[in-house]
Design a protein around this ligand. Sequence first.
Ligand code: NA7
Length: 520
Amino acid sequence: PKDRVTLDADVLVIGAGLAGIYTAISMKRLGLRVKVIERAPEVGGVWYWNKYPGARFDSESYTYMFTFSKELLDEWNWKEHFSAQADTLKYINYIVDRFDIRSNFQLETEVKSARYNSATRSWTLTDSNKRTYTSKFLINCLGPLTTPTLPDIPDGHVSLTGKRVGVIGTGATGIQTIQEVAKTAKKLTVFQRTANWTAPLRNSNIDQAEMESIRERYPDIIRACKSSPMGFMYQPDPREALKLSREEREALWEGQYNQRGLVKWVGNFKDTFTSQEANDLYSEWMSKKIRARVSDPNVAKKLIPKSHGFGTRRVPLENGYYELFNEPHVKLVDLYDTPIERITETSVKTTTENFELDVLIYATGFDALTGSYEEIEYFGEEGLSLKKCWERGPRTYLGFAVPGFPNMFNILGPHQATGNIPHVIEYAVEWVSTFIKYLQKHDLTYVNPNAEGEEKWTQHVYDCTKTPLSAKVNSWMTGYNSNRPGKSQRRVIRYFGNNIEFRRRCEEVAANGYENFDMK
Ligand code: NA7
């Protein structure tokens, strides 16, 4: 660079969730000065913010974790097959202390803008108090589901016992919350717009003996996750549902229904989520399960999704969700039949009824993937605005970088592989770290993807939306958000390719000397 200046850090990271934490560990290992800026008063990201009743994993704890450190695998004991939020937050804090990075975090600091300076080849972040921070590299670890689209749910400390509670939303958050709140609320009203498919979680505690046996199986579990398309422990069944007899199909489905976890989604027949016909068969079979569990056929009918097939949206898991609607204190309100007209201080008024409530919980989702990037003003070379560049949808190179925004990397941003999030984060952070190490080795202080890389990657991301049924329904995965102006139609924000293909392409780019990146 022409102008040499003293920078506050080599690497600034925005966000202290799992991605920010592993980035800090990795940068420190490279001998770089790293500072992570986070608006929350604690580390943990989603696992700090989402303290709602019932918040927990619905992937097996011992698969949904970091694998980069043998010590960590040896030392940490999971308490339940599906870890609850409080224990997960403990795990995250354990990592921060174990790798001695707590002093690398600056908490309660909200970044408002990030500006690239071409003369110094550096980034300047400005926080809400107008304080500034400078660095060579900027790594965004903003999280895919960070920006809630309605006011925050009341904090976890509010007691709901004996109260009249309403919940709006039946996504993964709503379904977990509803089950927990129903245990103590006097009355629970579920305001459901789109019914969602959900199936048994089958959680249980893990005692010491079981933990030891899981630990012995860690190498196999980790290998299984790394070789599965979405990073989960289960491989899709290689058979096609449409080529089997009804008995053969139902044997697999019944077995999986009785098993714990997401196997009934990610371990299904390989055509279940690409062939409408195969998906219809499975959805019909699942509908029967719902009808068998709900006594009132009218309520059952409302709980069975019509707009989308099983697994074409993220499948939340449950423990007695459907049976709740047989209980006298739980009421289902179908917002398609009777939409909400108004919310007052004490009630929710639909077109036909006024529901007096003590507490109303919004489980109405997030402005996924791009929302968190819109909360910060990013300016690249010559004042280029990221908002402008992404006006008609995000465009990236490998989901990691954007032309015109040199020395900036995104972890788990738009157009990057998803699935088993901790595993995905590990891969992304390691890919970026290896790249930064390469830049250091070659004394390069400038890295910027070119337009060709961006065009090719963006085209590939769009091509990947052609096959999966999940790319053809409204959900946060397809960028649909009815609460945000301009987002009530589908947008290509997510990578619908799989992790194996994603990694193959990233490795190829690295092996070719980081092709389509300009470096100097
Ligand atoms: P989701 O899955 O986006 O669910 C949001 C829910 O809120 C969904 O049922 C929505 O109905 C409902 N919603 C949103 N806005 C409204 C309004 N205005 N009125 C009524 N109902 C509304 O978010 P979650 O937080 O549950 O889960 C996000 C991810 O976190 C999840 O997939 C896991 O990966 C972890 P709609 O379907 O839009 O009709």
